[in-house]
Each structure stands twice: as structure tokens, then as C-alpha cells.
Design a protein around this ligand. Sequence first.
Ligand SMILES: Nc1ncnc2c1ncn2[C@@H]1O[C@H](COP(=O)(O)OP(=O)(O)O)[C@@H](O)[C@H]1O
Ligand SMILES: [Mg+2]
Length: 148
Amino acid sequence: MKIKKNYNLYKKYISSSPENTKKIAQNLAKEFKKGDVIALIGQLGAGKTCFIKGIGKSCGISNNEIVSPTFVLLRIYNGKKIIYHFDLYRIKDYKELENIGYREFMAIADLIVIEWADKLEEIYNDFNWIIKIDYISEKQREIKIYKR
Ligand SMILES: Nc1ncnc2c1ncn2[C@@H]1O[C@H](COP(=O)(O)OP(=O)(O)O)[C@@H](O)[C@H]1O
Ligand SMILES: [Mg+2]
């Protein structure tokens, strides 16, 4: 995905472990506001779900509860905030997302997190945050945080 002009690089980290990635996410989560949409971009195994576990932790949601939806498009977590977790890895088109109520959820959610958010151009304008994670080595990841 070409990061659009209207997003600015806000922070950049090199994470050295999954725990480190969760901490970075947990800290960033303090800045999220009601209704924020967080796009996660990165290859399989980059650490997108790991990052979301950190966001969940900041809302009192257990790590085990948060898994990649994989065969389901959406999981919903009820913590201090209600988080809608989409994974677009297997999505066919935007219509499929619309059909499960994406627009309606946008209106009521505290937070929306979307893995593989770059799959559907139709939603590029929805993001408040873009988290781009790149694999460096077995334990290292580059994490770039873009903000609208
Ligand atoms: N620094 C790191 N940050 C995040 N995950 C890491 C890191 N180092 C190793 N890993 C491993 O990479 C994998 C990331 O998996 P996951 O979060 O499910 O990726 P994705 O959702 O992007 O496919 C996990 O097995 C995790 O233990
Ligand atoms: Mg995942």
C-alpha cells in the first residue's frame, strides 16, 4: 500500500521481541480516541496480531482472547472498550465487508482494528492510524506508526 499523503510518520521503533511489540502497542493505545480506526499492514508473521494483543491489554482484554480471526472476518472483544477486530486476509471484495455490517460497526465501536487493511482501497480513507510492521530478523521488527 502506498501510504497516502495525508498520513504523517508519527513514531518509528525497532522492536526486539513480541513482548516489546505489545508494550509499544499498549503505550500507543493511550492516545486512541473513541471511534478510531487502526490499520495494520505487514506480511504474514510480521506481528500484526501481536500488536493488537498489546492494544487489547490496555483495555483489560486477555492476550489469549485475541487471535487472528483467519476464517472469520471479525471478532469482537468486550473490555473497558469494545474492540472490533477485522482480518481481511481472505476477503474477496468490499461488498463482503459491507454485508457483515462494517459501516454500522464503525458508527458504534470504541476501536476498530483491521489486519491486512491494505487489501481494500475502499476503506483507505477510514483510517486514523496506520501501523506498518516489517520483518527484520527472527526477533526484530520495524514498526512505523502513521497518523492522520
Ligand atoms: N519483535 C516481534 N514482534 C512481534 N512478533 C514477533 C517478534 N519477534 C518474533 N515474533 C513472532 O512473530 C510472530 C508474529 O505473529 P502474528 O502477530 O500472528 O503475525 P501476523 O498477525 O502479522 O501474521 C509470532 O510468532 C511472534 O512470536
Ligand atoms: Mg494476524
